[in-house]
Design a binder for this molecule. Sequence first.
Ligand code: TXA
Ligand code: MG
Length: 346
Amino acid sequence: MTKRWIVETNVDKTQTYPQLVEASNLIKENEVVAFPTETVYGLGANAKSDEAVEKIFKAKGRPSDNPLIVHISNEEQLDELVEEIPGSAQKLMKAYWPGPLTIIFKNKQGVLSERVTAGLDTVGIRMPDHPIALHLIEESGLPIAAPSANRSGKPSPTTAQHVLEDLEGRISGIVDGGETGVGVESTVVDCTREIPMILRPGGVTKEQLEQIAGQVLVDPSLKEGEGAPKSPGMKYAHYAPNAPLFLVEGDKKAIDELILEKQAEGLKVGVLTTEERKDDYQAECVIACGKREQLETVAHSLYETLRAFNKRDVDIIFSEVFPLEGVGLAIMNRLQKAAGYRYIKR
Ligand code: TXA
Ligand code: MG
């Protein structure tokens, strides 16, 4: 049975909430509990316990060589977990913590469960910018390991309902704090290198990182086929809707032609577009994912949209593409994975 606690999003730091006490007690007892962060829902467990962390992998069906992010609620917790805090990390923490930024540090041996780091000598740590997440970490008094709270391979969950669709009965509880804000996961940046490197684009943009840390590199393998990704999770298929998804590089006319071609073959066609163009396509299922003019709204709705196609009767999905600027880099990274890197260029 999965317990569900409904909690207002803006919990007050100074108050005690019986639901969060109950949830944190389960974490202390090495059970797994889902909770909202500002990016997506996480599936949390005591990061120091092998038994607890094992339950995360089991519930998600996650490959065990894929390390987990550790969530903390204050910077003092870092000293116990990492060997050193490089200058670049210090600056980035000051600017973007709490927030959607995961920093890779050199791991202090023997503190965290080895299941968290998947045997690497580094660990990814973040301080989420969500009152419920911070309250839960604080209340448990533990570093909390938490991947996105979806079954491995599915789009990440941005509502409690998404989590329950994937994990009901497989986890001890979920704190329901409503919809998450950012909608795509945190940016993962490796600060153990001389020049910090983005291993996964996310909620904090490359431009924002550069403002604070100067030059920032992007893992070259994020472009498909260019070497093994440095972030182990990036190599797995992810986010894919049930019907095959294709990214269309071309104008509206290109998608119109594709719709007609596929309809002529007897297929039901889905289109992923934005508010600006949602009435312009003559397909069986057209879903607007935010507004193109505000890419943050596209990020916010992306996973909800990918999940929505599974509830509709479509055989094939065509998606518009987005500029690789700002949060567009993260949006396109997730869309590419959801599409298995299938592009149609017209
Ligand atoms: O926004 C987020 O980051 C969400 C919320 C719940 O905090 N969490 C999340 O976790 O997305 P997960 O496990 O789904 O993704 C973690 C990513 C994976 O791609 C993993 O390979 C990478 O971070 N990662 C974790 N530790 C790493 C390490 N030591 N070195 C390189 N990559 C690491
Ligand atoms: Mg994930």
